[in-house]
Design a protein around this ligand. Structure first.
Ligand code: 5GP
Length: 187
């Protein structure tokens, strides 16, 4: 089961989504797990492509029905990994890439301890703030909350997390090559 499940975690603004989008098409046998969330779609985000957008009641029902491998409240919204997709994809012999916050990853590890953890870090706290501000889709309050959380998440990941790989996303091309190298490992 080694190298079949890859979990990417990062504080928001570390550039994880850009990095993933740049690399994943090179791996036709890797599926990207689409999470469920109660957060509102950002401009351009499509239900069933970027996330499954749920109401709080719908999300709580998924928890009750044990339909999630793991879930967590991140920045005031719920996020979780649907179980059925992981099981079906593994049954087909394909591999899966997940995007998950550092606390959710700890719960994920209880179910899939063999998963490979990849932690994406911003080059510096200042650069993280600059990236969060240039995204401009979030309010000042949300940006401040994300910056505060980023510090806690990075500390937690480095002390309690299980991440076999750490990528500092300074130069996108270099970081993408590093991610490609990790995903290329087949056993
Ligand atoms: P965003 O709102 O920026 O898309 O994501 C916010 C955070 O939620 C990120 O740290 C991301 O990794 C995390 N996240 C996305 N999907 C999941 C999931 O299925 N489970 C958990 N625990 N976190 C998730």
């Amino acid at each position: 089961m080694k190298n079949r499940l890859f979990v990417m975690s990062a504080a928001s603004g570390a550039g994880k989504t850009t990095l993933k989008d740049k690399v994943i098409h090179k791996f036709p046998d890797i599926r990207y797990s689409i999470s469920a969330t109660t957060r509102s779609p950002r401009p351009g985000e499509v239900n069933g492509v970027h996330y499954f957008f749920k109401t709080k009641d719908e999300f709580l029902k998924m928890i009750q029905e044990d339909a999630l491998v793991e879930w967590n409240e991140v920045h005031g919204n719920y996020y979780g990994t649907p179980k059925s997709f992981v099981e079906e994809t593994l049954a087909k012999g394909e591999r899966v890439l997940f995007d998950m916050d550092v606390f959710g990853k700890v719960n994920f590890d209880k179910v899939y301890p063999e998963a490979t953890g990849i932690l994406i870090l911003p080059p510096s706290p200042e650069e993280l703030e600059r990236r969060l501000r240039t995204r401009a889709s979030d309010s000042e309050e949300v940006i401040r909350l994300r910056l505060e959380n980023a510090k806690k998440e990075i500390e937690f990941a480095q002390t309690n997390g299980k991440y076999e790989h750490v990528i500092v996303n300074d130069d996108l091309e270099t970081a993408a090559l590093e991610l490609e190298r990790i995903l290329s490992q087949q056993n």
